[in-house]
Ligand binder design. Sequence first.
Ligand SMILES: C[S@@+](CC[C@H](N)C(=O)[O-])C[C@H]1O[C@@H](n2cnc3c(N)ncnc32)[C@H](O)[C@@H]1O
Length: 269
Amino acid sequence: MNATATIRKRFSAEAENWDRLYDTRPSSIYEHNLWERRRTALAYAGRTPGRILDVGCGPGNVTIELPESADITATDFAVPMLRNAQTAAHDRRKSVDLAASDATAIPFGDETFDTVMALGLMEYIPSPESVLAEMTRILAPGGNLVISLPNAASPFIKVDDALKTTKNAVTQVLIPARIRRRVKALLGKLDAPYFTHNRHRFEVEAIANTLMQLGYDIESQKYHTFGFGVLNWVRLNQWLNRKLETYTETHPNLEKLGWTIVLKAKKRS
Ligand SMILES: C[S@@+](CC[C@H](N)C(=O)[O-])C[C@H]1O[C@@H](n2cnc3c(N)ncnc32)[C@H](O)[C@@H]1O
C-alpha cells in the first residue's frame, strides 16, 4: 500500500474518534492544539460572505463553524469523514457542499473560491508543494489561503516526535503482534503506529518563500500551543501552556517555539 492509501485508510477508520476530540473542552495538549488552530483559522477566515473551501475537512468540526453568510464547500478523501461532516452540517442546519477528493486534484475550476482553508492537512501530504499549487489554482486573485503547519523548530514537537517514534519502535519489536492486537482491540484502538513515516514538519521560512513564489503575500501568522504532549496527565503542563501562550503574545521570538503556525496569505491580484 502506498503512503497516500495508508493515510486514507487510517483516517477512514478514525472518523468517530476525530469527531470526539472536539466534543468537550480540551483536556490535553493535543486537543488544545486542534481547538486553538480552529479558533485562529476561523478568525482569519473572517465573517465576510464569499465562496469558502475547507480542504481535508475531516468530520466537519471546523467547516460547520464557518460563517452563515458564506457559500461553503468541503472536501476530504476519507468517505467516512465526509459522512460525519454531512451529519454535523445537517444537525447545525448548515448548507455545506461536500465532495470526496484528493487534495492533489481538487475537482473545481480555476479561481473558484475566495478563501481556501486547510487545517491539519499539510503534514499528511507526501508532496506538500503539489497541494499548495492546487489550492492556488482554485483560489481567486485577491483571495485568502488559511493553512496550519506543524512547526519543525518547535522543541515541544521534537520531543514528542522522538518519544512517539521510540514508543512505536519498542511496542512493534518487543510485544508479540497477537498480544498487541488484542490489547489495542480492548482499548478500541487500531494496531498501527500513528503515521510515523508520513507526517511532515515545516520550516516556516521555507514555506513562506514557497508561498511568495506562488504569488502570495503573507498577511497574518500566529504560533500556538506550548507544552509536551507526553505530559498530558500533568496538570502543570496545561497551566504552563496557558502562561506561555499569554507571554509569547508580547515576546515574538519565543512565539516561534509553538507547535503549530496558522498562516493567512493573500493571493496577489
Ligand atoms: C488531521 S485531520 C484534520 C481535519 C480537520 N481539518 C480539522 O482540523 O479538524 C486531516 C484530514 O485530512 C484528510 N486528508 C489527508 N490527506 C488527504 C489528501 N491527500 N486528500 C484529501 N484529504 C486528505 C484526512 O482524511 C483527514 O480527514
